[in-house]
Every structure is written in C-alpha cells, then in structure tokens.
Design a protein around this ligand. Structure first.
Ligand SMILES: C[S@@+](CC[C@H](N)C(=O)[O-])C[C@H]1O[C@@H](n2cnc3c(N)ncnc32)[C@H](O)[C@@H]1O
Length: 78
C-alpha cells in the first residue's frame, strides 16, 4: 500500500483513498440463479479458487464441512 494521502504513513486511510480513487480496483462478484455473488460455491468464486495455491480464510463455520470439502476437491492447501 502506498502512502496515498502523503501523511508519511501507510494505513487504512490510504486503503480507503486508493479504493475511492481507483474505481476499477473493485468489482462486484457475480452470482448466478443458485448462489449470490461472493458465495464460495458460485461459479466465479470457484474459478478464483482454481487460480489459488493456498487459501487463508476465516470461513463461515455453519458451512464448514461443505467449505473444507470444496478445498479438498480442488486440492488446495489451506
Ligand atoms: C467467521 S465469518 C468471518 C468474518 C470476516 N473475518 C470479517 O472480518 O468480516 C465468516 C464470513 O463468511 C461469510 N459467508 C457466509 N456464508 C458464505 C458463503 N456461502 N460464501 C462465502 N462467504 C460466506 C459471512 O458473511 C462472514 O462474513
């Protein structure tokens, strides 16, 4: 993270400024008729998962078994 506001420190304010100044830096994840955008089971999230070598997460524990099963299915380290 660069020092976006020039105050001599890189912190969360710089993250906020970066996101405000670079609209293209964030795009909403697409869902489908089965899962909303950002759901780990949605096609877009599965495609992103396939690109990953390692998954570091604080997962939805109510879906823990399904989530870990997916990580195992795609042979991801987590
Ligand atoms: C244990 S919390 C972690 C919260 C996170 N560390 C944070 O600070 O916002 C699990 C998160 O998983 C999200 N979640 C629940 N169901 C999900 C799903 N099917 N796919 C992706 N994320 C889900 C919840 O909204 C929640 O933010």
């Amino acid at each position: 993270m660069k020092d976006e506001d020039g105050d001599g420190a890189a912190n969360v304010t710089d993250v906020e400024l970066f996101l405000k100044r670079n609209k293209a830096a964030r795009t909403a994840l697409q869902g489908d008729d089965k899962y909303p955008g950002g759901d780990f089971r949605s096609p877009e999230c599965v495609a992103l998962l396939k690109e990953a070598d390692i998954v570091v997460t604080n997962p939805p524990f109510s879906l823990f078994r399904e989530y870990v099963a997916q990580l195992m299915e795609y042979a991801k380290k987590f």
